[in-house]
Design a protein around this ligand. Structure first.
Ligand code: HEC
Length: 119
């Protein structure tokens, strides 16, 4: 019994750092998975769209960033990340409410910020 307890404590200690890196609301992450966001984005590297960690860096402490990004998530578009994406636009997501898109923007901004590499 004592041994099992010790193992449980060890397991909890080992999983803690993993949880600490999982920034943002896990339910929002699940909603983003079903909306297909991870088909074009990853947290730490470019896929089709910029890494979420780069977006978090560029918009860190910018007032109104959540709302601005939410509108872009709903309407889609191109422009800001052209040097990295070659001008590929983000598809629009008109099925999302502004509140849902704001939650997703907040999730993106909660990622550990990383400066984008030189394009
Ligand atoms: C078809 C691929 C694709 C999908 C699907 C996609 N994105 Fe994007 N996303 C992009 C591209 C490309 C850009 C860069 C747009 C630009 O250059 O302004 C981008 C940019 C962004 C930005 C930064 C906008 C800015 O103005 O800096 C956010 C935030 C974002 N996406 C979130 C999401 C979320 C949340 C979803 C899911 C609802 C999603 N994306 C789905 C391709 C995609």
């Amino acid at each position: 019994m004592k041994r099992i307890m010790r193992m449980a404590v060890l397991a909890a200690a080992c999983s803690a750092p993993v949880l600490a890196f999982a920034n943002g609301n896990p339910q929002t992450r699940a909603a983003m998975t079903s909306a297909g966001c991870f088909g074009c984005h990853a947290v730490n590297h470019k896929v089709v769209g910029p890494a979420y960690s780069w977006i978090a860096y560029v918009f860190a402490h910018k007032p109104g960033a959540e709302v601005k990004l939410a509108h872009k998530i709903i309407s889609g578009g191109t422009g800001r990340w052209n040097p990295w994406t070659g001008g590929i636009p983000m598809i629009p997501h008109p099925q999302l409410s502004l509140a849902q898109a704001e939650q997703m923007a907040a999730w993106v901004l909660a990622q550990h910020p990383v400066a984008p590499p030189k394009p």
